[in-house]
Design a protein around this ligand. Structure first.
Ligand code: HEM
Ligand code: SF4
Ligand code: SF4
Length: 523
């Protein structure tokens, strides 16, 4: 399984590098597949509601009402029909890419199983919506789908009568199944919305809206496609002849030709077995769990920063259980914790300036505690020499740090770059342990732990607690969100940063703040 993942990951990364160059990391659609799924869902819903105003739900009138929509009111309802179809196709594309990508990037096992597990039923819902939609047009394609689907359902032998019979003989055709399809086409998307909501319940700050530029560009492309190649019906259904389908929608109906070749029960076994395999994938094999974050009540003041920063909703606040003056305390839900360490980077008590006591933050990773990190960075800094001494902080899912090591460069691999409290940067620079700090990690917008590099940027930019103090000279901090593949670029950017450091005047720590106070060093 891991070999398969490696190949898939390499394939994604090479495609994504191209997209990065074309769109920039912020608008890279490959980093926004889940959000694009939501976006296409809403386009389908809005266009569908508009179409429903003009659509006649009777089996004899449906086709005519769609002809009116397409040919008479082509400028509004016609465009909506095309948008409805193309956004549905686009939903299939982004959903499949999203599924493959989550698999390739290994973001579906361990504590992250829930989103994967709840994503699997969405596959069935999306197909049920699309297939019932084609059925409602009641043209030759609909007739083909109706016969093929009901014959396939009949192979289960669970319906009292053979339901395909309804579509094989014009004399017994009733609107019964047609009405059922209309119902399915409206009810399933509503139910799907509920499952989509459940799907993101364990994602803190889930991205359900693509960036504005990407949304406008994507909608524009769908509109152009709708005008250039409007969605049309095929010849009307006629049960007295065998349907010859000329124009298949391969996004939704690719499996239909197989129904002619493979026995129905075998197809059920493939569909059912495939679904079961997908459902079980997070445990095939299960991920080795690392030690989860632990709260130290003596050092937790209940500020809630860890709750807001945890990408996986694994920390919550509860009523205080000790007799301190604080009203709340943090607790970790071990089942949800991925050991990413981002909460540690958020905790104001995670500061290397503390001298009076051991460095025990309010929340910490037992195997990679902050005390050990402080000891390691001080020791590493002491080994450096020259006038551009740099510590590079990276993450275990980012670029290879080893190859950057040298007499002037030491590297520290963290669980995630979001684990680094800004006070460590302050400490290392203002205490002259090093001349500069360089940060690296996953591509921006594609953090393995979802939010690590985004939170880091915000903390350094003063937009998110805990801030990096203003006194820390920003020209002594370098960054390169290099991802796994941009090792050469990373090395070049680090070299440029070191050259820049050499040109800076020596750093002197300000002795007094503008208000005349000694700079505080405890948070
Ligand atoms: C209509 C279809 C779908 C939509 C709209 C959708 C949407 C989303 C969104 C918005 C996120 C959160 C992204 C973020 O903020 O990081 C997400 C996460 C995720 N989705 Fe989907 N999804 C769909 C189908 C699927 C399917 C079919 C699968 C796989 C079977 C899947 C697997 C996952 C996983 C594993 C995550 C979480 C990854 C993590 O822990 O970071 N999704 N999805
Ligand atoms: S390590 Fe912290 S931030 Fe990461 S999942 Fe666990 S509780 Fe959340
Ligand atoms: S960030 Fe630290 S102090 Fe604040 S609630 Fe979380 S563990 Fe407690």
């Amino acid at each position: 399984m891991s070999g398969l993942r490696t190949v898939a990951k390499a394939a994604f990364e090479s495609v994504e590098n191209l997209f990065d160059r074309a769109f920039g990391p912020d608008l890279n659609p490959m980093h926004q597949l889940g959000a694009l799924g939501w976006f296409f869902y809403w386009v389908v819903i809005v266009s569908g509601v508009y179409l429903y105003i003009f659509f006649d739900t009777g089996i004899d009138q449906a086709y005519q009402s769609l002809e009116y929509i397409t040919n008479v009111q082509w400028y509004a309802a016609g465009v909506m029909r095309s948008l409805h179809r193309y956004a549905s196709d686009a939903l299939i594309i982004v959903m499949m890419l999203h599924l493959l990508r989550e698999f390739a990037m290994d973001r579906y096992r361990g504590a992250r199983w829930f989103s994967w597990f709840t994503g699997v039923p969405l596959l069935w819902f999306v197909y049920a919506c699309g297939i019932s939609g084609y059925w409602m047009v009641w043209d030759m394609l609909a007739q083909y789908i109706a016969i093929a689907t009901t014959e396939w359902l009949d192979t289960l032998g669970i319906f009292g009568e053979t339901i395909a019979r309804n579509f094989l003989n014009p004399d017994i055709l009733t609107g019964r199944f047609f009405t059922l399809m209309v119902f399915i086409h409206i009810a399933v998307p509503l139910f799907m919305l509920l499952v989509m909501w459940i799907h993101i319940q364990r994602q803190n700050h889930a991205k359900v809206n693509p960036p504005k530029g990407l949304a406008i560009g994507t909608l524009g492309m769908l509109l152009v496609l709708s005008l250039v190649k409007p969605a049309v019906s095929q010849a009307p259904a006629d049960l007295s002849i065998v349907p010859t389908v000329i124009d298949m929608d391969w996004f939704y109906l690719a499996a239909y030709p197989l129904l002619d070749k493979i026995p129905g029960l075998v197809m059920w076994a493939i569909a059912g077995g495939g679904t079961l395999l997908l459902l079980l994938l997070p445990w095939l094999p299960p991920r080795r769990r690392e030690a989860v974050a632990v709260v130290d009540l003596d050092n937790c003041n209940g500020c809630g920063r860890c709750v807001d920063d945890c990408p996986f909703t694994a920390v919550v606040l509860q009523k205080r259980t000790d007799d301190t003056a604080f009203s709340e305390e943090a607790i970790v839900k071990p089942d949800l914790c991925t050991s990413c360490g981002i909460c540690v980077g958020a905790c104001p008590t995670s500061t290397p300036f503390r001298r009076t006591s051991e460095l025990v933050p309010g929340i910490d990773l037992p195997d990679q505690g902050m005390q050990a990190l402080r000891d390691k960075v001080i020791a590493a800094a002491a080994r450096l020499s020259g006038d551009a001494r740099v510590i590079v902080f990276g993450c275990k899912n980012g670029p290879d740090l080893q190859r950057l090591e040298g007499p002037t460069v030491a590297t520290m691999e963290l669980q995630c770059i979001g684990m680094l409290p800004p006070s460590f940067i302050d400490f290392l620079i203002t205490r002259h342990h090093v001349d500069g700090i360089f940060l690296t990690g996953c591509n921006m917008g594609d953090c393995h732990n979802r939010l690590g590099n985004e939170w880091t940027e915000q903390r350094l930019g003063g937009e998110r607690d805990p801030y990096l103090r203003e006194r820390v000279p920003r020209d002594r901090i370098g960054k390169s969100w290099a991802g796994l593949t941009h090792n050469t670029r990373l090395a070049q950017e680090l070299a440029t940063f070191q050259d820049q450091l050499k040109g800076l005047p020596p750093y002197h720590r300000p002795t007094r703040t503008p208000s005349g106070q000694q700079p505080a060093e405890t948070s």
